[in-house]
Design a protein around this ligand. Structure first.
Ligand SMILES: Nc1ncnc2c1ncn2[C@@H]1O[C@H](COP(=O)(O)OP(=O)(O)O)[C@@H](O)[C@H]1O
Ligand SMILES: [Mg+2]
Length: 402
């Protein structure tokens, strides 16, 4: 399941997304964090060290990798909205996944993929949405099951709506400060479409007292308020260098995070609807721009047999070979759920006697949910070789300008 954190600049998206990714990584075998913000600070907030690969410099390779052995495209270029084929390469949320091994920064049960930062050369000349297109291609090829968690730190406000990313996440969490401006950014966002409003929840942040919390609660759509994190002196102390203060801050985040996890577990991916949206998005950018630009129909004759369910069943990701699946608890629980694992995140929350994870030392999800105990941590699309395409695509695919 994929969850994106959004909000006005400075509201606490990165802080909250990082806290939630850590919260999950303490409870589940493996969590994939995505730094989809062009001001990439997620790594620091996650407490990871090392140099992350910036995917923006590798989109050609990524697209070629995802293309896999598919024959339906022939010589035609693949765009980020090109729906997969059964012979595409897919991505599993697992440390053994080939693409993650190449590009992710991995630390125990947490991995981070970083899209990229502004460079001097980008300023004014290029729209950063092109960087998000590679991320969209990755998400459209990801076979994550209900207990494979992906947590994205995103650009501020409504920028995500400009790409096919808008439907790539199962749930959005808007981080809202107790200010009129912060609330208005949230309202603008959910006002865009009922589908977005339906999957967008709110966590208040930097709240000082009951009045602040009430202000946020009253501003949020019915049933979508999940709690608030206080304006934390512990976070400040931590940022001033006092290591131990982070634990205190985490305690302050715990109740809202439990509510976020429960909401996430209550959601269900509708793969056929996802594929329909992807096909629609692809058809639109092709008709609007790419078919003319390339002089060939990029949306015609694509694998008609493809469905995500079939891809899951066929275990097309390289990581899902029997050897890899048998060798690690994380791999064994990854990407296969829809086909053969009847347990689900939601059913775990409801059914305390069953386990999602049944191999190795992996934790019982419902136990983690109920008791808040740490478990496993102790254990469009740019065809980047064609700059003109990427630039043109900004215009074609963006409904909201950068
Ligand atoms: N609950 C909180 N209490 C105190 N400071 C916070 C809290 N959440 C975030 N901050 C601070 O607010 C600033 C902006 O947070 P950040 O997560 O970077 O926002 P965004 O990603 O939305 O731009 C940072 O200095 C961060 O430490
Ligand atoms: Mg940020």
């Amino acid at each position: 399941m994929r969850i994106a954190f959004l909000g006005k600049g400075g509201s606490g998206k990165t802080t909250t997304a990082a806290g939630f990714a850590r919260y999950l990584a303490d409870r589940f075998p493996f969590v994939l964090a995505l730094d989809a913000d062009v001001n990439a600070h997620f790594k620091t907030a996650l407490g990871l060290s090392g140099d992350p690969v910036h995917l923006e410099g590798h989109f050609d390779e990524v697209i070629e990798y995802l293309r896999g052995k598919r024959a339906d495209l022939g010589e035609r270029p693949m765009l980020a909205t090109t729906p997969p084929a059964l012979d595409s390469n897919f991505i599993a949320v697992s440390p053994a996944d080939e693409l993650l091994r190449r590009y992710a920064l991995v630390d125990g049960s947490l991995a981070l993929l970083t899209v990229g930062q502004y460079k001097q050369a980008d300023m004014g000349g290029s729209c950063y949405h092109t960087k998000l297109f590679g991320l969209a291609a990755i998400l459209h090829h990801m076979l994550d099951g209900e207990t494979d968690f992906v947590v994205a730190d995103t650009t501020a406000g409504t920028d995500n709506l400009a790409t096919s990313l808008w439907f790539a996440y199962d749930m959005n969490v808007f981080v809202v400060e107790p200010t009129a401006k912060s609330v208005s950014v949230y309202r603008d966002f959910i006002g865009v479409s009922p589908e977005l409003a339906e999957k967008t929840y709110v966590v208040g942040n930097k709240v000082e007292g009951e009045e602040d919390e009430e202000f946020i609660r009253e501003s949020v759509a019915e049933g979508r308020y999940l709690g608030s994190v206080p304006l934390s002196r512990h976070l400040k102390r931590f940022e001033q260098g006092r290591e131990g203060a982070l634990e205190e801050f985490r305690k302050e985040q715990q109740a809202p995070f439990q509510a976020v996890l429960e909401a996430l577990c209550s959601r269900k991916r509708d793969w056929p609807a996802y594929l329909n949206r992807l096909r629609d998005a692809h058809g639109k950018v092709c008709r609007d721009w790419f078919n003319d630009f390339h002089g060939i129909a990029l949306d015609a004759d694509l694998d008609p047999e493809f469905s995500y369910e079939a891809a899951v069943a066929a275990r097309q990701s390289p990581v899902l070979s029997p050897t890899a699946a048998g060798s690690s608890p994380a791999a064994a629980t990854t990407g296969t759920d829809a086909g053969e694992n009847e347990t689900s995140c939601a059913s775990q929350a409801d059914a305390p006697d069953s386990l999602i994870v049944t191999t190795g030392e992996a934790p019982a999800v419902e136990t983690a949910l109920a008791a808040n105990i740490p478990t496993s941590s102790q254990q469009q699309e740019a065809h980047a070789s064609e700059p003109a395409t990427a630039t043109a695509n900004d215009g074609a695919a963006d409904s909201i300008k950068s």
